[in-house]
Write a protein that binds this ligand. Structure first.
Ligand code: MD3
Ligand code: FE
Length: 218
């Protein structure tokens, strides 16, 4: 792994805020100052709870690989799909939420107007080129008032930001290494997805896009 803090392909304007909904924001480059700590923490989590392929609630295999950290993580087994305090692979609790994740998530939530965000669940998605995430709503969290904070790393993605029914029109938003999306309040239950990742190589993360989402699930 390169030791460059900012890979040349990631040089960009200072952090900019883009509003994509009444209570949804893209914070461009917001994760870049914390990148070294973020990647070290990510390595630690994934050594303890490796990325794995999961089934969707509809019985399909997801193309992105998934892991979790925090008090609750995403688990699927023959009983269904839910947040669980235990990683079914290790039969142990999920790795603790790293301080670097928590601090960045709280700072990003505040920058988007959500104070007092206390995430207890963190999902980590890894997309190889060609992997995607179909339009869905995140509605397995106990409360829909808390925001979700999403950190994008590695290869770029085209994010689909839809409405409150699957059939509603979607905006397409490009997300790059270091961008953070925060959405909550009236935008919390919007349909969203990720188009197939284009082939490419990222100098720090190789042939993948990583997305880290922090949530208040319990
Ligand atoms: C939802 N992940 O893990 S997060 C998921 O990039 C998930 O890996 C996607 O959906 C990913 O459940 C997208 C980013 C995001 C951004 C803005 C949203 C999700 C949003 C706005 C409204 C609803
Ligand atoms: Fe989602």
């Amino acid at each position: 792994m390169s030791l460059d803090l900012f890979a040349e392909q990631d040089l960009q304007q200072p952090a900019r805020v883009e509003r994509i909904g009444d209570q949804a924001y893209v914070l461009r480059g917001f994760a870049l100052p914390a990148l070294t700590q973020l990647l070290a923490a990510l390595d630690g989590v994934l050594r303890q709870s490796p990325l794995r392929q999961m089934q969707t609630p509809g019985g399909f295999t997801m193309s992105a690989r998934l892991s979790s950290c925090g008090d609750l993580g995403w688990a699927s087994d023959r009983d269904g799909y839910r947040y669980s305090p235990v990683d079914p692979l290790s039969a142990q609790p999920w790795p603790a939420l790293p301080a670097a994740f928590l601090t960045l998530a709280r700072t990003a939530a505040e920058a988007a107007g959500f104070n007092g965000f206390v995430p207890d669940a963190c999902l980590i998605n890894s997309y190889a080129p060609g992997a995607k995430m179909s339009l869905h709503q995140d509605k397995n969290e106990r409360s829909f008032t808390a925001p979700i904070v999403s950190i994008s790393l590695g290869l770029p993605a085209t994010f689909q930001f839809g409405g409150f029914q699957r059939s509603a029109p979607t905006q397409r938003i490009s997300l790059f290494h270091g961008d953070i999306v925060v959405w909550g309040g009236v935008d919390r239950l919007r349909y969203h997805g990720v188009l197939p990742i284009k082939p490419g190589h990222h100098s720090l993360l190789g042939e993948q896009r990583i997305n880290i989402t922090l949530r208040q699930a319990g």
